[in-house]
Design a protein around this ligand. Sequence first.
Ligand code: CA
Length: 237
Amino acid sequence: MKSNKAVVLIVEDDAPIAHVLSTILTANEYSVLKASTGAMARSMISSYHPDVILLDLGLPDISGLEVLQWLRRDYGTPVLIVSARADEQEKVQALDMGADDYITKPFGTSELLARIRTALRHRAKQESGEDLPKKSYTVGGLTIDFERRQIILNGEQVHVTQTEYKIIELIARRPGRVLTYDYIIRRIWGDYAADNNRILRVNMAHIRRKLEENPAEPKYIMTEIGVGYRMAEEAGN
Ligand code: CA
């Protein structure tokens, strides 16, 4: 069974949801594998080495978080959490444990496909060694020049503080992917500040006032409520 199709493993105990996912993916040229328990997921990952894993957190045997923990010991496979829960805590935990992203049920087809494409692209870049630090990031009228540490908006330089720059660069280096509040705070201020979401919110408010035409409807740095921030994807990427 040799083909160029990317193989997606769906780990989901809810049969109707697994069916919907599998139908969408098959129709979009993916090969699909399905596992309805954590144990099955582990054995399929070992046997088939899927390219992407869609992981439900609430499984009948072991939790999705345990599957993720096990996976991350040996595999770099991109993982998208498929979350039914309002329970953001678990989603955030999964992201901090090495999941790449998440989608919340009910999700749209285009959202699902976009997340999978992003995950596969990052994987391909890592494998080809193309994942080297980029020199700049550009979306719409915004360019972040990582070498000069400059931010250009609609042709004009934007003045930001050191801390604001560090936050923007951190998020812009992983466009299209969500970074959790906790992750950002630890990277910018260190572990001691981990419980202090406020410091990040205040900085982000300043950043948005400088970058966004309408800070209430950001185009460049999006809020994932209760989870973190996501930088807009570069065009043609
Ligand atoms: Ca479930």
